[in-house]
Ligand binder design. Structure first.
Ligand SMILES: Nc1ncnc2c1ncn2[C@@H]1O[C@H](COP(=O)(O)OP(=O)(O)OP(=O)(O)O)[C@@H](O)[C@H]1O
Ligand SMILES: [Mg+2]
Length: 253
């Protein structure tokens, strides 16, 4: 069974894309077939994997509108063992175009459903909003993973995201599970990081990954090189963290 996982948090800059581009490498190391879907009009994941959004002739936007077959937009970059559905900046326009379409909340699900059997995991990198795009991503997903930055106010908005998932499950016939919150940019020597970790585990018992993603320079450098952390900085602490995260996700069947 394919597991479709949305990486979502309407808060910006919390580490969604860093997880989306780096986690697949480690899932593939455990023998899993992975598709990464870049569903953010900022196209950060696409760019971080060395694909130039402006040079794409077709991308997720055209697939959403039914102008191309979903499989025809999938790319496999030469050095990656996983596939990516890249996006271009024109996805921003989909917000407006989808509004008048029938079943507008189900467009991404329709795209993913026709290709997902080829994969063990489909990861969706979400934009920082709770708008129509994120709604599409949540509905397309079986599970939601919520990156939480280890900073004050990081938990602000989590309730709203969880409430949206509940509404979708109750009203749109889905059964989306909360896979868990994952602490990102964690600095174990920082008292704020420690406090956020404690508060998160207290407020959401059983829903916080044991693995934390440390704040490491290599993770902030890697995107501009078009490489994953494993290729950019194979000995980084971050590599160990992503391997553990992959293991934890696989074990949470
Ligand atoms: N663990 C980390 N250590 C250091 N820097 C990080 C880490 N995770 C992410 N970053 C950096 O922090 C910034 C924000 O991260 P990222 O783009 O992954 O967040 P995001 O939630 O996807 O943002 P947006 O909401 O805009 O899509 C980026 O510059 C990224 O390189
Ligand atoms: Mg992002």
């Amino acid at each position: 069974m394919t597991r479709v996982i949305a990486i979502a948090n309407q808060k910006g800059g919390v580490g969604k894309t860093a997880i989306a581009v780096n986690l697949p490498v480690f899932l593939t190391a455990f023998g899993k077939r992975v598709l990464l879907v870049d569903f953010d009009p900022q196209a950060n994941a696409t760019f971080s994997l060395g694909i130039k959004p402006r040079e794409l002739s077709v991308s997720l936007y055209e697939a959403l509108l039914g102008q191309v077959m979903p499989k025809d937009i999938i790319k496999n970059t030469p050095f990656l063992a996983f596939d990516i559905m890249p996006t271009s900046y024109n996805l921003a326009g989909a917000n407006i175009e989808l509004v008048n379409m029938k079943d507008r909340e189900f467009k991404l699900k329709e795209v993913i459903d026709v290709v997902k059997d080829e994969y063990d995991f489909v990861l969706i990198d979400c934009p920082p909003s709770l708008g129509l795009l994120t709604l599409n991503a949540l509905i397309a997903a079986d599970e939601v993973m919520i990156p939480v930055q280890s900073e004050y106010l990081a938990m602000e908005g989590l309730d709203q995201l969880l409430y949206n998932v509940k509404l979708i499950n109750e009203n749109l016939g889905r059964d989306i599970k909360i896979l868990g919150a994952i602490l990102t940019m964690y600095n174990k020597k920082n008292i704020v990081s420690q406090k956020i970790a404690k508060d998160l585990r207290r407020n959401f018992p059983g829903y916080v990954f044991e693995t934390v993603i440390p704040r490491v320079v290599s993770l902030s450098e890697a995107p501009s090189t078009g490489k994953t952390i494993l290729r950019h900085s194979p000995n980084s602490k971050g590599v160990h963290a992503f391997r553990e995260l992959a293991r934890e996700i696989i074990s949470k069947q």
